[in-house]
Design a protein around this ligand. Structure first.
Ligand code: TA6
Length: 311
């Protein structure tokens, strides 16, 4: 079933629930706020002090960064991560079936959007709540000139603590390290590439763009030890409740961004509560920086991400 509630004036939230769990999706931003598989805790982090105010981005969940990722280097005054996350999306359809429920939201160009990005487009965000959460983004060029964009599903995964979190699956991939990297080069690779040799652990600020669409797994607690303790029970070696491992898969997104601001930046982010930087890691499916997605007039670009717990 689906219900719509007005969270605050101007921000309507759709709650989709079925035998597989519950998801909350804000029409403002086309922003998934919460994903709770049946019988489990929320997979997504949400800041306790996030703005819920038209014109401001929501901190947490799954922001849709489109039609550019990060700052617009040709015009840093424009909204970072594009305008989709601060735009009002419309409900296109809702369908329930044997394999889950799908809510489709739509965003098209407007006089306002064309001031920021001068193209005609129709984007659709399909959120399917089934055995896993599937988020599909399609972008159709409805104008008469080709365009290209960068984007990301900037997913905030909830973790017990950044000190024990790890992300696996990217060993062997190359990445750009953006911490202290400065402005990107105008052509070719924006920053030097580094190789990933193992699992990712966090000991300070991390902001990396992995040139990889491999499956990634986020583990929120220390690997479990001893009889009776296992990842599926979600109970770690200290007897505290952890989270099930979460696996993210991408299709059509060539890059994987991994971000945690660390303490100094984390405590300075106004829309994060004290210490909350420790409670999330962003593992994002994107087409970022030099990986622009080109769309000819009349054509559609398709991208998708799935999130699944317990694998
Ligand atoms: O995806 C990582 C990143 O681009 C970081 O550089 C960091 O700034 C983050 O996104 C959050 O951006 P925001 O505009 O939401 O504060």
């Amino acid at each position: 079933m689906i219900t719509f509630t007005e969270r605050v004036e101007g921000i309507t939230v759709a709650t989709v629930s079925n035998e597989y769990g519950t998801a909350e999706i804000s029409l403002y931003g086309g922003h998934i706020l919460s994903y709770r598989p049946e019988g489990e805790e929320d997979v997504l982090f949400m800041s306790s002090v996030s703005a819920f105010e038209p014109g401001k981005p929501i901190r947490g969940g799954i922001p849709v960064c489109f039609p550019w990722f990060g700052p617009r280097f040709d015009n840093p005054a424009l909204p970072p991560h594009g305008f989709a996350r601060i735009s009002a999306w419309k409900t296109v359809s809702f369908e329930e079936g044997l394999k889950g429920s799908t809510l489709v939201l739509g965003l098209s160009d407007s006089a306002e959007s064309r001031k920021l990005w001068p193209y005609r487009f129709a984007a659709a965000l399909a959120v399917t709540l089934g055995e896993r959460l599937t988020v599909s983004l399609s972008v159709t060029n409805t104008g008469d000139e080709a365009f290209s964009f960068t984007d990301a599903l900037h997913t905030y995964f909830r973790i017990p603590d950044i000190g024990t979190a790890r992300v696996t699956g990217l060993a062997g991939a190359e990445y750009y390290d953006r911490v202290g990297a400065g402005a990107p080069a105008p052509e070719g690779d924006p920053w030097p590439r580094k190789p990933e040799t193992g699992e990712i652990r966090f000991a300070g600020e991390m902001d990396r763009v992995y040139l990889s669409d491999r499956d990634r797994t986020i583990e929120g607690s220390e690997p479990t030890r001893g009889p009776g303790a296992n990842a599926l029970s979600g109970v770690n070696a200290l007897g505290r409740r952890g989270l099930k491992p979460v696996t993210v898969k991408s299709e059509g997104f060539p890059d994987s961004v991994v971000w945690n601001p660390g303490e100094t930046k984390g405590e300075s982010i106004a829309d994060l509560g004290p210490g909350e930087w420790r409670k999330f890691v962003c593992v994002e499916s994107g087409a970022v920086f030099n990986h622009r997605v080109s769309v000819e007039p009349g054509a559609t670009a398709y991208q998708a991400m799935t999130i699944e717990t317990g694998k």
